[in-house]
Design a protein around this ligand. Structure first.
Ligand SMILES: C[S@@+](CC[C@H](N)C(=O)[O-])C[C@H]1O[C@@H](n2cnc3c(N)ncnc32)[C@H](O)[C@@H]1O
Length: 263
């Protein structure tokens, strides 16, 4: 007879150390529906913001269960704003949350929104999860993050779901977009030399991307042009005391007329 794996039990594994999971396990208010592994990703990503006067935006409010969870987790100093396409979500304003009604796939909606709220510490996309929604929302809101802010897009397994516009390695999915961002982060090392002078936005602002199962976290941090320095005494293999990325790309044969211009 085949062995049935015991289902992952969050109460045993993490609940003692993860306040979000503790909140979830004892929750009896408006429904929160989450993949259990998300709580670990949330906590490791967001814990440094707890108790601080941050601005937090959640796309996808639904019944408001998660908004209450974030209030408890981040504390009273946090400003929590929600966006949803469903006008019924406005009711959550009675609980002290600011709620905007709009379509996250509409860049004009974000343009108006950002006029009122130009900066956030954290953006969490738990909206409709289609490819267009995830990409438009990221492109509209990542620039609005503060230096040191984080962007978290969840349910990215929809990149493989036909009903969301997904499919394995299908052009235009969020995960294909993320793979492209890896190249754009590294524009210093491959873009045409003329474009490198500007470098790509991602090369200068996207400090790190962490890909979890079904979640991608993007950290924003303004970055300097890459420089390698040598310290210590030189022995049998002398190395240059300083190398910029320009020296390095030439040293390793990257042509000045490199590949794609990067945005
Ligand atoms: C998964 S639910 C959010 C759950 C909520 N974050 C929670 O954990 O309690 C997704 C929400 O996204 C909203 N949504 C779907 N398409 C949207 C769109 N195009 N723009 C904004 N919100 C959208 C839905 O109305 C729904 O309330």
């Amino acid at each position: 007879m085949a062995t049935i794996m015991h289902p992952y039990d969050p109460t045993e594994v993490q609940a003692e150390t993860n306040p979000l999971l503790q909140y979830f396990m004892r929750h009896s208010g408006p429904v929160i529906h989450k993949w259990v592994d998300y709580f670990d990703v949330y906590h490791r990503t967001f814990q440094r913001f707890r108790g601080k006067p941050i601005k937090f935006l959640e796309i996808g409010v639904q019944n408001g269960g998660s908004a209450h969870m974030w209030r408890e987790y981040f504390g009273p100093q946090a400003t929590i704003i929600g966006v949803d396409i469903d006008p019924a979500c406005k009711a959550l304003e009675n609980d002290g949350f600011e709620i905007w009604i709009g379509d996250q796939a509409d860049p004009d909606f974000w343009e108006n929104f950002l006029r009122v709220h130009p900066q956030f510490d954290i953006v969490l996309d738990d909206g409709g999860h289609t490819m267009e929604q995830q990409i438009v929302t990221f492109e509209s809101l990542f620039p609005a993050l503060v230096d040191g802010g984080v962007y978290l897009c969840e349910d990215t397994h929809t990149s493989y779901f036909p009903m969301h516009g997904g499919g394995l390695r299908k052009p235009g999915t969020f995960h294909e977009y993320v793979k492209e961002l890896v190249d754009r982060m590294h524009a210093w090392y491959h873009a045409p030399i003329a474009a490198v002078a500007e470098a790509s936005y991602a090369a200068k602002n996207l400090y790190a991307m962490t890909v979890f199962d079904s979640i991608v976290v993007m950290e924003k941090r303004l970055k300097n042009m890459p420089v390698a320095l040598a310290r210590g005494y030189q022995s049998h293999t002398p190395v240059p005391l300083a190398l910029t990325f320009l020296d390095t790309r030439r040293l390793f044969g990257v042509p000045d007329e490199g590949s794609e211009p990067q945005g």
